[in-house]
Design a protein around this ligand. Sequence first.
Ligand SMILES: Cc1cc2nc3c(=O)[nH]c(=O)nc-3n(C[C@H](O)[C@H](O)[C@H](O)COP(=O)(O)OP(=O)(O)OC[C@H]3O[C@@H](n4cnc5c(N)ncnc54)[C@H](O)[C@@H]3O)c2cc1C
Length: 1246
Amino acid sequence: MTSLDIDIEAKPLTTTIHALSSLSWHNISFSTPTKQILTSISAHVPRGEILAILGSSGSGKTTLLNILAQRNQNGGKTTIGGDMWVNGGVRLTGEVVREVGTYVEQEDALLGSLTVRETLEFAARLALPDLSRALRAERVTTLLRAFGLTEQADTQIGTALARRKGISGGQKRRVSVACQIISMPRLVFLDEPTSGLDSAASREVISHLQSFARAHGMIIVCSIHQPSSATFGLFDKTLLLSRGKQIYFGRVGEVEEYFHRIGKPVGKGVGIADHMLDVTNVDFWGDEEEGNRHVEEMANAWSSSPEASTLEHLLTAPSPASASHLPRSSSRNHHSTFWHQILTLTHRTLLKSYRDPLAYTIRFFMYLALALLMGTTFLRLPATQSSLQSLTNAIFFGGAFMSFMQVAAIPSVLEDLVMWGREGTGRGGGEGLYGPGALLVSGGVVGVGFLGGIVVVVGVVSYWMIGFQPTAVGFWKYVMWLFLDLYAAESLVVLISAIIPIFVGALTITAFVNGLFMAVGGFLVSPNQLNVFWRYTFRYIDYQRYVFEGMMKNEFANRRYSCEGQRCIYDNPLAGEGYISGQTFLDQNGYGNVNEGKWVAVLLGIILGMKLLTWSIHPQPRAYTPNNHFTMAPKTFTKDEVASHKDPSGSGLWIIVDNEVYDLTKFADEHPGGKKILLRNAGTDASKPFWKYHNQAILNKYKAKLHIGSVGGGASSATPNTIVQSKTGTSTGGANPAPGKAASSKDSAEVAKIAKVPGAAQSVTSSSPKTSSAKAPAPGKGTLSGSGEVGVTPATSYAAPMPSGSKSTPVQDDEAEIQYFGDMNPYADPSWYQGWHSPYYKPHHHALRAEIREFVETEIEPFVHEWDEAKGMPNTIYEKMGQRGWLAGCLGVKYPTKYTDVRCKSVPPEKWDHFCELVITDELSRCGSGGVVWNLLGGYGIGCPPVLKFGNEEVKKRILPDVLSGKKRFCLCITEPDAGSDVANLVTSAKKTADGKHYIVNGEKKWITNGLLSDYFTVAVRTGGPGMNGISLLLIEKTMPGVTTRQMKCQGVWASGTTYVEFDDVKVPVENLIGKENKGFKVIMTNFNHERIGIIIQANRFARVCYEEAFKYAQKRKTFGKKLIEHPVIRDKFANMARQIEATHANLELVIYQMEKMGDVEAMLRLGGAVAGLKAQSTKVFELCAREASQVFGGLSYSRGGQGDKVERLYRDVRAYAIPGGSEEIMQDLMMRQGMKVAQALGAKF
Ligand SMILES: Cc1cc2nc3c(=O)[nH]c(=O)nc-3n(C[C@H](O)[C@H](O)[C@H](O)COP(=O)(O)OP(=O)(O)OC[C@H]3O[C@@H](n4cnc5c(N)ncnc54)[C@H](O)[C@@H]3O)c2cc1C
C-alpha cells in the first residue's frame, strides 16, 4: 500500500435510498367469521406524498392501516383478500414493511426521564449502529430542527412524578415520530398521529410530517380522526371509509368538486374533512337499514366515478417496476451487535434509573425507611434465649417485606416494556432493533448496581441496630442474602409484568405470589406441618424460603445465646454453661441442614430460571421474518419443476434468475443474444450467466412480461398476487433482495470499501453568503457590449458590475441538506448526492430530485431502448411532465405562475430557481438517451422561452397554458441548409401583406429538434435587410397552411425527431411576432445561455452515465483472471473520465449560481463566454467518456441493446451535442472573444 492508498473500513452498504417509488393496494377486504370489516379498498400513494385515511369510528381505518403495516389481525380467525405492493410490483409483506417501513402507534412510548435530545440520540444509536457518532449527532440535530424541537432539545420528556414539567402532548408526538423515522424509513404508517392533540398541535405534527415526506421522498399513511381544515389541507391525498367501504380516494384538493358532483356539496363555512365525516357517519341515524343504504349509495357513486376508473386502471396496468427497485432503509439492514445493544440500553437504563424516581429512588427511600423501621422495632436485641424468636421474626420480616415491596418496580418495568414494544421485538410488532435478551441483560446489569447499593445501605442501618451476629462476615453474608432476595423479587416482577403488561394486573399477581411465597416459606407454618401440595410445589421454588433459611443459618449457626440465668428453653450441649447453641435452635426448628453454598446456587438458579422464562415468553427477534398472519400466494415451483421445462417446442423454456422463475418459451426467438444460449441454460438457475451478460435494466424491462413465480416459496418479487390466509401463521413470501449485484454480500463488501457511511440523510448548516453587488455600476470604466455571438455588433449598452470592493450584504445562513442518494458508486453522481457539503442545494432540491428519479426509473428508463429503436416515444411522458409541473419550470425563468395552474409537488413556485432546472435535466438525463431527453425538453426548452419572454400577451394567454401543462409542443427553427453557425445570414423570408396584418413566410429549416411533433414553431425569418438587423422571430402554428415537416435520417438522438421543416406561403398574423420587427437576433441571443446550459447539463450527465455503466461493468467482467477494474490501465481510464466530469460539474454549478444572481441581460453578457466555454468542455468530456466507456465495454457497446446499450446509444449521440447550440469551434472562439470583451469593460488593458 502506498501512502496514497486509503483503506476505509466500513460495513456493507446496500442502500438505494431513492428507490421506494409507490405504495398501492387493490381491493383489500377483511372479515372475521361474523363480520365483513373492509370491502374492496384501493389506493395508490407515490413517494413524497402523505395520505390521510379518514372515517368515523368503526369505519375500518385502523384495520386497514394494520393490514397495510402487516400487523396481526387476530391470526387465523380472519380472512384478508386483495393485493398490496410497492414500486408497482413488489409484494408488500411483513418483511418488506420491516425492511423499509415503520409503524407509529397512537400511544407515545417514551422514557419520561430522558431529554428530547437524549431520546433521539438513543434511538439513533439503536437504529443506526453503523453511523459515526458525528453523523448520528447531525442526524439528531436535523430531526430536532425538522420537527421544531430545537428549543425543547434539553427538556425532559416528563413523567407524572417528574419534578419539572415535561414537554407538551404535541411535542411528545413529534418526538415519537422523529424517533421512528430516525433511520429514514421509506414507508411510515401512523395510527391517529393527532389523537389527543389540539388543532394547533395536530397541524404542527402533520406539517412536519408533510415536509419530511417531501424532502426525503417518504410515503406516509396516517389514519386520522377528525382533522381541522388546516390540518387536512396538508395531506396530499385522502381515502374516505364508511362502514368498511370506500367512499372516496384522491387528492385532497379535489374532494370538494367530487362531493359536489355526486350531489353532496360541501356547505358554506363547513370544513371539507368535517363534511366528509358528516356525510358518511350514519351511526346516529337510528335506522340501521337506512344508514347502510346511504353508505352503499355513496360507495356505488365512488365505484362508478371516473376517479375510481382511473385508479383501477393505474392499479391493474402492468408496471415496469420490479423488486430491484425495492429500497433498503438506510439502516434497517445493519443490525447492531448484541453487545452494542446491551451497551446502549445499559447506558439508557442507567440514566433513567438515576433520574426517574420510579425506577430506584423511591424504592431506595422506602427500603431505608424499612431498615429504620426494623432497626427501631427490633432495636438492639441481646443475644439471649428470649431474643431467639424476635431475631427469627426480624429475619423473616426483613426478607419478606423487602421482597414484597419490589412491586414498586412495576411502573418502571412496564415503561421499559412499552419502549421495547416500539423499538424492539415486543408485542404489537416493534422495529426489531433489539430482542428480549438485550433488554433483560441491560436491565439486569443496572439492577445489580442499584440493588447492590440499596442492600448495603439497608444492611448498614438495620443489621447493627437489630443486633444480629456482630461480625463482618455475618454482616456481609446478610447483605448477600438481602441482595439475592431483592434480585429474585425484581426478576419475579419482570416476569409477571412480561406476562401481564398491565399495571393493576401485574401488581395484583406479584402481590399474590409474594403472599404465597411468604405463606409456604416455612416460617408461618413449619415445613413438617405444611400441606403436601404446597410443600412439594411452591416451597421448592420459593426464593424467600432460601433467603430466610440462609439468613437463619447466618445468624444462628455460629452464635450462642445466654439463658439469662434461667433454665435454657432448649436442651443443648451448652446448657451447662447457661447458653443455647444457635445450631441447636436451628436443628430444633428444622433449619439445621441448610447448606449455604447450595442455597445460593439454588437462588441463582431460580433467578436465572425466571430470567429465562421471561426471555422465552417475550417475542424473539424475527430477523425480518414477516409478523403478519397472512401472506400472498405466489406461484412457487421446485427446482425439479423448473428443470422439466427445457424444451421451447414442448414443455416450455424456463429459467431461474435470483430465485425467480421466468418463462422464456415465446421470448427465446426474440432474445437478442440468440436462442442457443437460452437453450443451454434452460431449466437451470441461470443467475450467474444472466448477470454476466445483462444489467438491471434488462431484467426490469422483461420482468413483468416473463416472470411466472419463484422457486420453493422463497423471496419473491412477483407482480401482485392474491393474499390468502396462511395456516401456519407465517409468511411463505418475502421481499426479494435487489437482484444481481446489489444483493450479493460480495458486492456489498466491495461497496463497503468505498463508503464508510450507510446511506442516510442528514442535514448540516452551511453558510451561503450572498452579495448584493451584482448590478453595481463600475465607476469610470467603459461599457461592455456585445451579443454573445460571433460577428455581432453591440446591441445593448451595459453598465458592468464592479469586479471587487463592492458592498456585500451577508444574509442568514441557509440550511443545506447533506444526503446520500443513489447507489454511491464513486463519481457516478454529483458530489452532493454522496454526502458532500454544498452551498447550492436546499431541501426542495432534494425532494425534487427524488420526485424525478422515481419517474425516470419507473416510467422512462425501462423503455428507452425500445423508443430509440422506434425513433419516437409516447407523448404521454411529455404530458406527464407537464402535469407534474416540471415543464413549466424548465424555461430558464422564474416559475411562470401567470400562465399555468400546474405546480410541481416538491417545489413551490416561489422557491423555484435555476438549480431546480439543473436537477430536472440532470436526473432526466440518467435515462442515457439524448433522443429521449430532447423529445421531452429539446424543442420546448429552446422554442418556448422567446415567446414567454418577448411574445404578445394575448398570444401567450392563448397558447401557454396548454404548452406549460404538456398538451402542446414547441420547437425552435433557426438553422437553414445554408445558415448554421452563421445565423445572421439566414434567408427564410417573411413579407408583410399589404394590409399589414400578416407575414407571408417562405423558406426551409433543417435539423429542427421535435419539428415533427410540434404545434408551435419559433421561427427566425428575414423581415428586413441583410445581416442580423433584418431578422425577426415569428410564432408559426402547425395549423397554419403551408407548414410541412419530414423526419431526417440522422446519426443519433433518434427519439427526438430531427426534422426538415418547410414553409410555403405560410400566412402568419402580425400578433405572432416575437419581440420587435428586425430585432429578432437579440431575442435569439438571449436564448442561447439557457439552451447551452441545458446541453451542458445533459452532456455532462451522459458522460457520467457512460462512466457509471462502464464502471459497473468493469466490476464484473474478468480478463486474464482479473476484473477489468483491477487492471491499472482501465482504472486510469476511469480516473480520466471522473476528473473531467467532476470539474465540469463544479464549473456548471458555479455558472448556474451566477445565473441565479444575475439578471438575464447581465448573464447573457457576462456569462456568455463562460457558458460557451463550458458547453465546449462538456461535449468534449462527453465524447471522451463515450469513447473510453465504449473501450471498457469492448464489443458489447458496439452492438445495440444489452449491457452496453446506453454507451452504444450515447456514443451515437455525441455529435448531436457537439454541433448544435453552437459548435465546439464556435464556442471556444466565443469564450475567448467574449472573455476579452468583458475584461476590457472591467478595465483590463491588453
Ligand atoms: C442533432 C441536431 C439538432 C439540431 N436542432 C436544431 C434545432 O432544433 N433548431 C435549429 O435551429 N437548429 C438545430 N440544429 C442545427 C445546428 O444549430 C447547426 O447544425 C449548428 O448551428 C451548426 O451549423 P451547421 O451545421 O450549418 O454547420 P456550419 O455552420 O456549416 O459549420 C461547419 C463546421 O465549421 C465550423 N465553423 C463554422 N464557422 C466557423 C468559424 N468562424 N471558425 C471556426 N470554425 C467554424 C463549425 O464549428 C463546424 O464544425 C441541430 C443540429 C443537430 C445536429
